[in-house]
Design a protein around this ligand. Structure first.
Ligand SMILES: [Zn+2]
Ligand SMILES: [Zn+2]
Length: 402
């Protein structure tokens, strides 16, 4: 009897072990079945038809500075009406052939009321330089510049500054303004908001190029994430200086029309490059999609890749030092793709690559070479060093609905 019980228990145990093993195998099998059935809804897939690429020739290159403070900003040395009058800024912009300027005073100094300060300044007008309406949105979580072709209710944007990002984004949309992150990696005033809020970011702040390395890292992250955030420059000057002043650096835009709206549109579309100063060469970046020898897109533009090789073209325009060599560094998806030497009176290089068929990819450039003298800001070239220019990316397979 005892033996029988023992035998029965042993049998039960064996049956239990067998069942457990079977159940485990079934569970593994069903997990595998679930995995094979799982579809990640975010996986890259072929995009539908993309918007057509705008003309590469109908437009005008305009240069300017997108981060300038007048006396209406009351920080910095010698605050007061005579420190940096609007009149001085506009006259200077005209003297260096600027097509546009963004005077972006701190809005917190006037509690958001830039409309009755900078914009109401009797000298805030020009017959030759396009003026953008904007301000430096100055908040506890960082600074951003606003830009608009026409006046808007900036007070409303100032008032929402400490709210959740979603509320800020809603107000930004309602106002129809362009928002750009300033000195995004600044040690005391980095940009601490969602980048869903911005259309552009300041990837080159002031003549001191080397301090922008961390801002470039953030830009790469945002580009890799699928955001087509335009890179722009800004001197962030508050008063005349021999080191850093209006135009260090200079932002170039390819505007479809010579209007303030044309400038804001070009900024949004990324048809933008940045140069060390108003007299330094400008970089232009194109791609030929169908191997017909004719360029089809420029920086800022987005196309579906064809799976075939694409020819890229880099041109340096303006004040070229013909006795020198320039180096073009191509960055593909955040990594070094290659460096190319260019020289002569019309420096051009071409390179070929095959972007992947479906995944997002982007290519952008920096150009290094001899510094260009800027007599109005005589010590700026020395601190900028060999950094000549940078381009915005050429994009492939970026979802416009992202
Ligand atoms: Zn700032
Ligand atoms: Zn500033």
């Amino acid at each position: 009897m005892i033996k029988d019980i023992f035998h029965t228990n042993k049998t039960n145990r064996l049956i239990r072990v067998a069942f457990t093993m079977l159940a485990t195998m079934c569970a593994i099998h069903s997990t595998q079945a679930q995995q094979t059935k799982h579809v990640n809804p975010w996986t890259a897939k072929e995009l539908g038809k993309l918007p057509p690429i705008a003309s590469l020739t109908d437009g005008v290159w305009l240069k300017g500075d997108l981060h300038v403070h007048s006396s209406h900003s009351t920080d910095g040395v010698n605050p007061g009406p005579e420190r940096h009058p609007v009149k001085t800024i506009i006259a200077f912009a005209k003297s260096v052939d600027f097509g546009f300027i963004g005077i972006t005073d701190h809005d917190n100094h006037v509690l958001g009321d830039v409309e009755h300060h900078t914009w109401a300044d009797p000298d805030f007008k020009s017959d030759s330089v396009l003026l953008l309406y904007g301000a430096e949105w100055t908040t506890t979580r960082g600074h951003g510049n606003t830009f608009s072709a026409k006046p808007y209710d900036h007070q409303k944007f100032y008032d929402v500054r400490d709210q959740r990002d979603a509320n800020i984004i809603a107000v930004k949309k309602e106002l129809g303004i362009h928002v750009s992150a300033n000195h995004p990696a600044g040690p005391k005033d980095h940009f601490g908001f969602s980048y869903d809020l911005v259309d552009a970011m300041e990837v080159w702040n002031s003549a001191l190029w080397t301090k922008n390395a961390n801002s470039i890292l953030i830009w790469e992250d945002m580009l890799a994430s699928g955001r087509r955030v335009t890179g722009r420059g800004g001197s962030d000057t508050h008063s005349p200086s021999e080191l850093n002043y209006i135009g260090t650096p200079t932002t170039w835009v390819f505007a479809a029309k010579r209007t303030s709206q044309g400038v804001v549109d070009a900024l949004l579309n990324g048809r933008v490059s940045v140069s060390a100063n108003p007299f330094a060469p400008r970089v232009e970046f194109f791609a030929d999609l169908n191997e017909d020898g004719k360029m089809d897109m420029m920086m800022g533009d987005n196309a579906k890749s064809t799976g075939k090789p694409i020819k890229f073209r880099v041109e340096l325009k303006g004040n070229i030092k013909t006795d020198s060599t320039y180096t073009v560094n191509v960055i593909k998806d955040g990594r070094n793709f290659g460096s190319f030497k260019m020289s002569g009176s019309k420096p051009v290089i071409e390179f070929i690559d095959t972007p992947k068929l479906i995944e997002r990819m982007y290519y952008r450039l920096t150009v290094e070479g001899p510094p260009t003298n800027y007599p109005q800001v005589p010590r700026s070239a020395a601190i900028t060093g060999n950094m000549v220019a940078l381009s915005n990316p050429i994009y492939f397979n970026f979802d416009p609905e992202f």
